[in-house]
Every structure is written in C-alpha cells, then in structure tokens.
Design a protein around this ligand. Sequence first.
Ligand code: SF4
Length: 235
Amino acid sequence: MYIAETFHSIQGEGALTGTPSFFIRTSGCNLRCRWCDTPYASWNPEGTQRSVDSILEEAASRPAFRHVVLTGGEPLLAKEIHDLAQSFRTAGHHITIETAGTLAPDNIPCDLASLSPKLSNSTPPPNSLPEAQRQRHESQRLNPRVIAAWLRHCDYQLKFVVSQKSDLDEIHRLLEAINQEGVRPIPSRVFLMPEGITETELQSKRAWLPQICQETGFRLCERMHILWFGNRRGT
Ligand code: SF4
C-alpha cells in the first residue's frame, strides 16, 4: 500500500474529538479540492510502499490505543485497504474511515464512516490545474447513491467544510438527494466545519456558523487539531 504517513495522535474533528488514535494516511486521491490540507496525499502524492503486516506491527508498538483512523487522500483507493481494515477489526480495534464518500464501502469493516462530501466550494478555479482534471473533480465530488450506501453500512457522521452561508443550500440539496436514495440523514450527525487552516480564518466563520446550527440541528465542528498543534503533518 502507498502510505503517506502513520502517526499516533488525538482526533481533532467530529464525534470522536479528543480520542487518542493511530492514524494511517494513504496516498492518492480521486479529487483535487481547492483547499486540500493534505496535498502530499492528493495533489502531490508522496509516501512509501508498506505491507499490511508492517503497518500492524507499527500500530502494535505504539502506546495503548483502541481507535484506528484510516484516512487519506482517499483511503478507499488504496489496494489492500480491506485487508488492513479486516486485520484491525480482528484485533478488536474501533475503525474510523475518513472518506469523501465517492467510492462505495463494498462491505469494508468500519465502525464509524466519517464522510466529507465535497461542496462546490472545493472546486479549483479555472487554470489552476488541467481542465480535464478540474472537470473530473466536478463530476465525481458528489455521489448521493454511494453516500446512502455508507449510511446503511455502519454508524456515520457527515462533515461539511463551509466557506460561506450559501453553502447551506447545497448541503440541504445533497441531504434531500440522499433521502431520495432511501436513507434519511440524521441532522445531529451532520457536522459543519469552518473552512480554514489558521485560527484567524476559522474565527471569521464562527461569527455565523453557531446560529445556523441552532436553526438546523446540525452540529458545529471545531477543527481542534489546528488549535492544538497548528496545521502540521503528523497531527
Ligand atoms: S478529498 Fe480530501 S484528500 Fe482528496 S483533495 Fe479533497 S481534501 Fe484533499
């Protein structure tokens, strides 16, 4: 498997915020988000080839932990991701998979699907990359049928990066499209995350996001790892 990094840290977003966990970040992504904060796993993928066994050995050598996070890039693209998840399941770990929700779960062992569907605010501006890649991002970024399959597959959270108030219209349209696929998303499992990788950027969105959460029943999602560690790799 092509792995960008592995590290032991504390989850900084979503329902498991504050939970010590072992993170495995695969390298490679089918999307090209404008504001991607892990370009070394997407736009410019880096890493090393690792076997499932070597990752398991490293995990076992870390301090006591129960939670594992498979993230990326897009972890569902990684060869052997099913084998890796099954190995952690067999060892009794809690598995979170962080995915954009464009690729089907295909029965992968998972306790919490942390889905982050990409809104139009993710699409890179013209001329920032070859037009064919930009169009591919635009055509692949949302797939309500695949997201519905994840919601049926296991416990879930839906995390949205929000740049502006008008993003909410898009979120409501997507939730309705998922509903049309036969699964009604639960509002309290919808997390709104301010876009930004600095405390100043995040603070500017805190002025209006709490009010939106009060009106919709969605949850405000702080990006605590940026507050705790800054925007650094390995955190
Ligand atoms: S899906 Fe995630 S890893 Fe891929 S480009 Fe978007 S933010 Fe980056």
